[in-house]
Design a binder for this molecule. Structure first.
Ligand SMILES: Cc1cc2nc3c(=O)[nH]c(=O)nc-3n(C[C@H](O)[C@H](O)[C@H](O)COP(=O)(O)O)c2cc1C
Length: 175
């Protein structure tokens, strides 16, 4: 049976909550949940028809070596050597559009850049006018490259945003 792999990090916070919500909306028979850590291999991507990546932005510092690396920080170098061969990938980015209006969901853009360099086919762009922010690395013209989620300020919108986005990407992923 065709399956979707939901790869997410970090654990225990809003990203994990949203990753679990995505799995519950898709159904555990359709979607597996995979926490990204130092032990994760890019070979895991081959177990799935399509992929969903969930990532939070915790500032530029985490992309530098000064702070301890976790989750995607450790996994991204492994992705860089991977070829997605046009596999369909949807990205969800956790952020805070009020406190970090100038760098809103930046990490989603950083990850998307790498996925595209590695021949991934990103689905599920979202119109930017649905959000209030100043700037973002996840912006492509007037669309976000994936789905921004703001659990800090807009948690009441999360489920609605997710349901709508999943309805858009599911047919593109062949589900
Ligand atoms: C130190 C720190 C830096 C952050 N920097 C950003 C940022 O640059 N852009 C953004 O959109 N959100 C930023 N956020 C907000 C987080 O992305 C948001 O709270 C997210 O839901 C956290 O997900 P998590 O609980 O899974 O870690 C930052 C949060 C923290 C604590």
């Amino acid at each position: 049976m065709k399956k979707i792999g939901i790869f997410y990090a970090p654990e225990k916070g809003s990203t994990e909550k949203v990753a679990k919500l995505i799995q519950s909306k898709l159904g555990a028979n359709v979607a597996d949940l995979i926490l990204v850590d130092s032990a994760t291999s890019a070979e895991n991507f081959k177990n799935y028809e399509s992929l969903i990546f969930a990532i939070s932005t915790v500032g530029r510092d985490t992309w530098d070596s000064k702070y301890g690396k976790i989750g995607w920080d450790l996994f991204i170098p492994k992705i860089s050597a991977h070829n997605f061969n046009q596999q369909k990938i949807g990205i969800v980015g956790l952020g805070n559009h009020i406190m970090y209006a100038d760098t809103f969901v930046d990490s989603m853009g950083v990850l998307a850049e790498i996925v595209m360099e590695c021949d991934g086919d990103i689905v599920g762009r979202v119109p930017a006018d649905k959000y209030d922010f100043n700037d973002s690395q996840a912006l492509y013209a007037d669309e976000f490259i994936g789905l921004p989620i703001d659990e800090d300020n807009d948690s009441e919108l999360t489920e609605k945003r997710l349901i709508h986005w999943l309805e858009v990407i599911k047919p593109e992923m062949g589900f």
